[in-house]
Design a protein around this ligand. Structure first.
Ligand SMILES: *[C@@H]1O[C@H](CO)[C@@H](O)[C@H](O)[C@H]1NC(C)=O
Ligand SMILES: *[C@@H]1O[C@H](CO)[C@@H](O)[C@H](O)[C@H]1NC(C)=O
Ligand SMILES: *[C@@H]1O[C@H](CO)[C@@H](O)[C@H](O)[C@H]1NC(C)=O
Length: 391
């Protein structure tokens, strides 16, 4: 790793004097100096809930697999336990992805709560203490995926998730979501009167996550903070300068906090407003290119308009299985990646199969060759400078 990095680093020392500010972090005295940096020359590989196409979602094993397979960022959903601990878990209920139903001692814990306009019944995360949550085991969400790991792994905390990224042998970013903040703040109270969003940011600051997009601090510990709730993003912008991504749901789903429609939050005037708080948007991919009878229709102008507002676009969720692939891609996930990267021109992709996206990018836009090749590096730096605003 170190020798591979050595030549470009010498070049950067020279370049740095000529362009005034470093584009890459200077080597610190910590072990970070020996780590392979985050790639920033091609769209980001965002490991959605870890490599959950293979291993039950949001578990240590799923994140380790994603890192081994080449993820640039590992993605997670943060919720809170009854006693206020922040954990990595996607659903507000435990029913679909844990063995909670098999635990006799929790049999009376089922509840019905109104969540985002719907009555939901199940075993709610917010009704379990961290210790109770740790006694559960996670299972695969989809029947057609590998079931062999069901019952092996436990739910992890936000801090355990951060440790996985920081312990990786190269620089791996994190991409945590402030999940269901309205629901969490309704049901979980912290003794110091702080809100869910405050606890979330406190955790990140404790582990050194800070700095604007592409700053030296950011490149050492890259992060995107994501949320569907604009008020959460606006609130935390007073607490951290880390880059934020505004997630956008399907066209029929209003925002959970401000009850705004899809059309309102994707309008030019709204993008103009939200760009002061976020560096990008994360829309569901079918809202960018709507499908009809499982065939793609004409792409909307959302990506072009977001780019015109200096906003990155990180659509979700890319999944290899035929059931998720539109017919246009003739059952080939690489054809789908090719379309979104080279035709639509997105800046990052949330995928359940990090390994597939990584292999596609290594074949079509390889990293290793570039880093050993001075002319390619110079080109890359010139590109970074010219496209800084957009990328
Ligand atoms: C949820 O259930 C309660 C109690 O039955 C009812 O009053 C309320 O209107 C329901 N809410 C929704 C969104 O259906
Ligand atoms: C949200 O907005 C819709 C459409 O404007 C409206 O019908 C609905 O009552 C609103 N819901 C809430 C909870 O304010
Ligand atoms: C270095 O990269 C450039 C641009 O991609 C390419 O034209 C050149 O052949 C490469 N040189 C070597 C030695 O790989």
């Amino acid at each position: 790793m170190a020798s591979q990095w050595f030549v470009p680093f010498l070049l950067l020392l020279i370049l740095e004097g000529t362009i005034g500010r470093p584009l890459y972090p200077l080597p610190s005295k910590t072990e970070i100096k020996n780590k392979q940096p985050l790639q920033t020359f091609r769209p980001y590989n965002l490991a959605h809930r870890g490599s959950n196409g293979e291993i039950p979602e949001e578990t240590t094993a799923a994140y380790m697999r994603a890192i081994a397979e080449g993820a640039d960022f590992i993605e997670t959903d943060i919720l809170a336990s009854k006693d206020g601990s922040l954990i990595c878990f996607h659903d507000v209920t435990l029913d679909d992805t844990t063995d909670v139903a098999e635990h006799e001692r929790f049999s009376k814990r089922k509840r019905t709560y109104e969540v985002q306009g719907y009555n939901v019944t199940g075993f709610f995360v917010v009704d379990f203490t961290l210790e109770e949550l740790k006694s559960l085991r996670v299972k695969q969400r989809y029947k057609f995926r590998d079931q062999q790991y069901n019952g092996e792994f436990s739910i992890i905390t936000f801090e355990e998730f951060i440790a996985i990224a920081l312990d990786a042998n190269r620089i791996v970013g994190i991409y945590p979501e402030i999940k269901n903040p309205v629901h969490i703040n309704q049901h979980v109270k912290w003794p110091d009167g702080k809100k869910f969003e405050d606890k979330f940011i406190e955790t990140l600051l404790k582990y050194g996550y800070k700095g604007a997009y592409l700053s030296n601090d950011w490149l050492k510990q890259p992060i995107f903070i994501q949320s569907f709730a604009p008020t959460s993003l606006i609130h935390i912008s007073k607490l951290t300068d880390s880059p934020k991504i505004f997630l956008i749901d399907d066209v029929t789903v209003p925002t959970q906090d401000t009850n705004q429609s899809f059309w309102e939050i994707t309008s030019d005037s709204y993008l103009d407003f939200i760009k002061d708080y976020v560096v990008g948007i994360g829309p569901w991919k079918d809202t960018i290119v709507p499908a009809h009878k499982n065939h793609l229709t004409t792409a909307t102008d959302l990506v072009a308009r977001a780019h015109a507002h200096n906003l990155q676009v990180h659509p979700y969720t890319f999944r290899n299985e035929n059931i998720f692939l539109h017919f246009d891609f003739h059952q080939d996930p690489y054809a789908e990646y090719d379309y979104w990267i080279n035709t639509i021109g997105v800046d990052g992709l949330f995928t359940d199969f990090t390994g597939s996206l990584h292999q596609f990018q290594e074949w079509s836009s390889p990293s290793g060759k570039d880093e050993k090749n001075a002319s390619a590096l110079l080109h890359k730096i010139a590109f970074l400078i010219s496209s800084r605003k957009r990328v």
